[in-house]
Design a protein around this ligand. Sequence first.
Ligand code: NAD
Length: 299
Amino acid sequence: RQAKVGFIGLGLMGGPMAVNLIQKGHSVVVYDLSSKATEHLQDEGAEVAKSPAEVASKADRIISMLPNSEHVRTCYTADDGVFQSVLAGTLILDSSTIDPNVSKEMAALAVKKGAVFMDAPVSGGVPAAKGGTLTFMVGGEEQEFEAARELLSAMGKNIVLCGRVGSGQAVKICNNMLLAITMIGVSETMNLGMRLGLDPKVMAGTINTATGRCWSSDTYNPVPGVLPNVPSANDYQGGFLTALMLKDLGLAQNAAIATNSPTPLGAVAHQIYKLMSNTYLSERDFSSVFRFLQEPQKK
Ligand code: NAD
């Protein structure tokens, strides 16, 4: 068997990640439901397979980058799924953001086939996927980590082993819950300050040297005109969509219920993003919560 990397799920994130693998010299075989996505990768030099099972039969390492838990289950366990034909010794890295319990389920099924499944969700968004600077949060066994790190370093800068399988997902959903909370906090604070007559640039600049400073304020400020080159400067186009943040907040709430953890702010954040996702802001960057709080009735 040739040393090939299989890549399944060539969307906004997976597409550029697979291109980076090819550019770093890997031989790549791909699959996506969308033929537009696979054609693009074919142009970049990838071999195109007809199913996840065909990818698995040709690869000794597999990466998947799919929307949610159900897509991952289907991709691995369907009749033409990865587990139909995965070869013993294959290393599987799932970079989708999903329920940590589904990662554990997939890892247990992989063991039965003599393969290794690790969760490796990412932080950084589309620009980092394109630039090969993603952070990977990996869950799995320490003795498998070196092989995972080697492959992931073609697509990312920081590759962190967070614990056993499912731990990468756990860190990811905790991080995104905190991110949503800080983004809402910055948004309502900025709106209040502006209604008190403050210039938003002066206000943000002061907060960023004071105790309220956080990433949502100093790097990704949600108020248009405060920072250049962020989604708020571009009518909240692109970036990390509200719909995806809602998904991650739902995963965090499921985890909170399962572990009996109080997450009052996480619960409110989930509900705010739920309401927002019923509007046109569903397909805008999640920092558009500023607009939602500022003028929910407009547009
Ligand atoms: P996307 O919707 O752009 O891409 C998903 C791709 O998977 C699509 O091309 C779709 O056709 C394909 N697909 C769906 N089901 C399939 C199946 N059964 N077999 C093969 N292909 C299938 O999504 P994305 O933005 O690339 O996100 C992927 C994952 O990464 C999500 O879990 C998301 O939460 C996470 N993530 C996204 C970002 C971001 O900024 N977009 C950042 C960090 C993490």
